[in-house]
Design a protein. Structure first.
Length: 555
């Protein structure tokens, strides 16, 4: 392999590193990396010395910045898309850029592309620098970028940010409920992916002195995606394996071309499609368990100690004036509620009485009424409300299949210390990044619900009862002042319900306010300090279990 070929492979590796962050780490099926490479490549050619005459470095940086802006805009526009729909949106971007390049030959140079006369030079007149960008110079620059990128992936894999990305990959909705800023993480990932793709395209263009639409076609996007997907299980060194696979594609295409009598371009597409089908067939049953990476310290004071002195000692959360309608039917009608510190508060009522709707209002999933924590209005976003101290468990059992039981709880603990600064400290390997504080929070949350024995266990192999308790532990790990538990006893045996009852009393004794929605009225009567009865969306009564006739409720 010549130095030019090796340098070109390394520039392609830069793009694969960015794509790996999105596909392998965050679970975002980006099929438009070729579009970002095109922006970097053609932007540099059009703005640089052979085009508008901008200094080469400025032209490259401007192209990378433009691609980053496009990536950010794509993340904003596709914020509600998941899975195949998101993949199609990025694939559409690849085709849109390709059609623009093909349809406007004055911009792209047509099938011949844009060429540069003479070798590229890096000129910094202020410093008196005039450096010829030979293939060896490209090897040095691209090599440094590749080493830095792979080292960054390795650090992310071992750092606290890996859990945020794993939660985003496994279950975005659950991640949001545990305080992970899913939208912000997606924006960051796609912006970085786009920028590295553009940097790769710019570097290749400067190296070769030529760029054509075919070099950054949608087929290139698909090839990169397949290569990264195949190597995804390898984690940080996956992009290296992916580029090795991508380098073998031309030989495979030649073999297909000779066997099928098709041209090389079609054979290359066929080889890529066959690889993709093979990957999808083989990846289905694979489940890789991830344990907690190295932790960063929590930056937020525990919400249990944040109570302002101006509020009554026992009042934590209040809900007032809440009316919610769906298709003209009132799910809640002027509902009101107050939760107190150190109290288990039962919320009961017939099916359809509005219990789950009320929990969703308190959690921030539905904007309605006035919800205050210690007399202060809560934020509207779910993840912000978690960080402020209010968290809800899902009604159905929702797990992150590729995370161990304790790692899932650590995702919740990240709500306390998951600031961008913590991730940066870890990437820079400062001493504080090696703190075991998150591990301590995780183990404490598991012990609080009686699950100290599940550390390192496969969450899918736990009993139904332990899986339900695991959901409570995830919520506890966030450090929330208010726990909103939606039917936590569903599917539990009698012994498991007793463990749950003990856990609820223990959590309340630690100063939390626990709101328990439960169909098991015996459990409610056993653990609740007060009970609120809902019917037809209205609060009918509130009082001690002995003061409320639970026996007449139809659940």
């Amino acid at each position: 392999m010549s130095s030019v070929d090796l340098a070109q492979a390394m520039w392609l590796l830069v793009s694969a590193i960015g794509l790996s962050l999105a596909v392998s780490y965050a679970g975002l099926p980006v099929l438009g990396q070729g579009a970002f490479m095109a922006i970097g490549a053609f932007g540099t050619a059009l703005l640089g010395p052979g085009g508008q005459g901008w200094p080469l470095v400025i032209a490259c940086l401007a192209s990378v910045l433009l691609a980053a802006v496009v990536g950010y805009a794509l993340s904003r526009g596709s914020s509600r898309l998941e899975g195949a729909h998101f993949a199609l949106a990025t694939w559409a971007l690849a085709w849109l850029v390709d059609r623009v390049l093909v349809g406007y030959p004055d911009l792209s140079g047509g099938s011949e592309g844009l060429t540069r006369a003479g070798p590229a030079h890096l000129r910094l007149e202020a410093l008196g620098v005039d450096l010829a960008l030979t293939p060896n110079a490209h090897l040095a620059v691209a090599g440094v970028l590749c080493v830095a990128g792979l080292a960054g992936l390795a650090r992310i894999q071992r750092g606290p940010g890996a859990l945020d990305l794993a939660a985003l990959r496994e279950s975005p909705e659950l991640a949001t409920s545990l305080g992970v800023p899913v939208a912000a993480r997606r924006r960051t990932v796609l912006t970085v992916t786009a920028a590295l793709g553009a940097l790769s395209g710019a570097g290749s263009t400067v190296l070769l002195g030529l760029v054509t639409p075919a070099d950054v076609s949608p087929l290139v996007s698909l090839e990169l995606f397949v290569a990264v997907l195949i190597a995804g299980a390898a984690r940080w060194w996956g992009p290296l394996l992916g580029i090795a696979i991508l380098s073998a594609l031309p030989a495979a295409a030649d073999a297909l071309s000779g066997a099928a009598g098709a041209d090389q371009e079609r054979s290359r597409g066929l080889a890529t499609a066959l690889l993709l089908l093979a990957v999808l067939a083989l990846r289905g049953p694979v489940s890789r368990r991830l344990t907690r990476p190295g932790a960063a310290p929590a930056d937020r004071t525990d919400a249990l100690n944040d109570q302002p002195a101006t509020q009554p000692a026992d009042v934590v959360l209040t809900l007032s004036g809440t009316t919610v309608s769906f298709d003209g039917l009132r799910a809640l009608d002027d509902a009101h509620l107050d939760l107190r510190r150190g109290e288990v508060h039962g919320l009961v009522g017939p099916n359809g009485s509005g219990k789950s709707t009320l929990l969703r209002v308190l959690a921030g999933e539905i904007a309605a009424g006035r919800v205050e924590l210690y007399g202060q209005p809560l934020s509207s976003a779910v993840e912000a409300r978690v960080r402020e101290g209010v968290v809800r468990t899902p009604q159905q059992t929702v797990l992150m299949p590729r995370l161990t039981a304790d790692a899932q709880v650590t995702v919740g603990a990240r709500a306390r210390g998951g600031s961008p600064g913590a991730v940066i400290r870890h990437l820079l390997a400062t001493p504080s990044s090696r703190s075991d504080h998150l591990e301590q929070l995780t183990e404490q949350a598991l012990r609080d619900v009686g699950l100290g024995h599940v550390i390192g266990a496969d969450a899918l192999r736990l009993t139904v009862g332990d899986q339900r308790l695991l959901q409570v532990a995830r919520a506890v790990a966030t450090g929330a002042t208010v726990l909103l538990l939606d039917e936590p006893a569903a599917g539990m045996s009698a012994d498991e319900r007793q463990r749950l009852a003990q856990a609820l009393r223990r959590l309340a004794s630690q100063g939390r306010a626990v709101l328990l929605v439960e169909h098991d009225l015996g459990l409610v009567a056993e653990v609740a300090d007060r009970v609120t009865v809902l019917s037809g969306g209205r609060v009918r009564s509130t009082g001690r279990p002995s003061e409320v006739d639970l026996g007449e409720l139809t659940t």
